[in-house]
Design a protein. Structure first.
Length: 467
């Protein structure tokens, strides 16, 4: 797998001293972007590039997900993500990402059987949840427990394709179980084991909401919603958490540790916590009639007022995942009979913003986080679990990228450089030795001689005689 170099095309960099450096131009298999190949830049010019946030930097070559931001396109192995949500199940899409093709009936049955076989959690790992306090954030539990899996599955040989496949299956299978265990632990309830007769999405809902007091049967629309949520969040190219997984993987770290690192990166409110921030924003707006004033405050850059769920680093058009999520929210609330006033607020805010040149000119369109929180609330999933849901789904993409990285031999360790802005070289001078210490005066077995500033007996008596 390699990007094609544009035949006889190159860019010329002219340095301040007059030297010229030719830079090859790489063209991806799909899309109109051109990439300048600067891998030999430092060796031939002594120069580095400066790109905080990697906004203009391609860190790897990948065949998994394609995004066309200006056109609002997202493809998994060539398939539009919204089409997969309409017709495929979560494990079919997981197979697609991992293997490169959708499974036929036999391959699907085999893959599902393998996943279910690995859904049981080692009792030592399960016991970890007993050590968390009842108010521990579920994401804190997930980071710790996922990393803890490396203590149970430490026999991995990354150069062995069978071992890599086994690690991928384990993580896809176990993350929903661990997510449900984190939720139950936060409630102080007993955890549930998965059932062989339930689908992947059904099992997750069962483990989340069943109790020893009553059986739980997932509603079909809830199953469809979880299935769609997982597919929409499975991968999204080289985002912050996926890049974290790849950088950790480049050091040849244990894959469970790599996924724990990705989970920690996802935890941030600027990444996986965005849908929780949207819910908070909608709650602060309060009602549909207050949306217009909120938009005015956003445009005026009023302190403490931020528009959440609009805009994306990559998309400069309507996020295709958001279109499907909006449709799914309406269906879920309708079939479950849930009346959520926040949906009215969200729809009104979208209507006003998309008709306002201020937002349109800045290409601020709803992203997938805008409506997903409302849907999760309707399913009974609390905001503290929103990012856990994201991590559970994105694990499929993380392990796929980790496996691709090793399979394709893209193992050059991640080591960015910095533009140093500290002090210049200076001479070290040892600190002067301390002066003589104040001598201790002893006038008897229990005598005390107060020094300046000490709280004396007279001062104590004076304090006692106050108000």
């Amino acid at each position: 797998m390699a990007a094609a170099a544009e035949e006889d095309q190159f860019a010329t960099l002219t340095l301040p001293d007059g030297r010229e450096h030719k830079i090859n131009i790489l063209k991806p298999h799909l899309g109109e972007e051109l990439f300048l190949d600067i891998r030999d830049l430092y060796a031939k010019t002594g120069c580095f590039t400066f790109d905080p946030g990697f906004t203009c930097t391609g860190s790897c070559i990948s065949a998994i997900t394609f995004i066309d931001g200006p056109k609002g396109v997202c493809l998994y192995r060539g398939y539009p993500v919204q089409d997969l949500c309409e017709g495929a199940e979560a494990l079919e899409v997981a197979h697609l990402l991992l293997v490169g093709e959708l499974p036929d009936a036999a391959a699907k049955a085999k893959f599902e059987a393998e996943i279910k076989k690995h859904m049981l959690i080692h009792e030592k790992v399960k016991a970890m949840f007993a050590n968390f306090t009842i108010n521990a954030h579920p994401m804190a539990m997930m980071v710790a427990v996922i990393g803890g899996l490396s203590s149970v599955f430490s026999e991995l040989d990354p150069s062995d394709s069978h071992h890599r496949w086994l690690a991928c299956l384990r993580m896809i299978a176990k993350l929903p179980v661990l997510a449900a265990m984190a939720y139950k632990t936060s409630l102080g309830q007993p955890t549930n084991y998965p059932k062989a007769g339930l689908s992947f999405a059904e099992n997750f809902l069962y483990m989340m909401f069943a109790t020893p007091m009553e059986e739980y049967t997932p509603h079909p629309v809830a199953v469809k919603a979880i299935n769609a949520f997982m597919i929409l969040h499975m991968d999204h190219e080289q985002n912050a958490s996926t890049s974290t997984v790849r950088i950790a993987g480049s050091s040849q770290a244990n894959p469970y540790a790599c996924i724990a690192a990705g989970t920690a990166s996802l935890w941030g409110p600027a990444h996986g916590g965005a849908n929780e921030a949207v819910i908070k924003m909608l709650e602060e707006i309060g009602s549909k009639d207050k949306v217009a004033q909120f938009v005015i405050d956003v445009k005026a850059k009023k302190e403490g007022v931020r528009l959440m769920g609009f805009g994306h680093r990559v998309y400069k058009n309507y996020d295709p995942r958001a279109r499907y999520m909006k449709k799914m929210v309406t269906q879920v609330l309708g079939e479950l009979g849930v009346q959520d006033p926040l949906l009215d607020v969200a729809v009104e805010l979208e209507r006003i913003a998309l008709a306002d040149e201020y937002f349109v000119s800045r290409k601020l369109y709803p992203n997938v986080d805008y409506y997903s929180g409302i849907m999760l609330r309707a399913l009974g999933i609390p905001t503290s679990m929103f990012t856990v849901m994201f991590a559970m789904s994105r694990t499929v993409g993380w392990v796929t990228h980790w496996n691709e990285q090793l399979q394709e031999g893209q193992m050059r360790i991640g080591r960015p450089r910095q533009l140093y802005a500290g002090v210049k070289t200076r001479e070290y001078k040892p600190a002067a030795p301390p002066g003589p210490s104040k001598p201790f005066v002893k006038m008897g077995s229990d005598a005390f001689v107060p020094g300046a500033g000490d709280f004396t007996k007279e001062q104590a008596e004076k304090e006692q005689g106050g108000d």
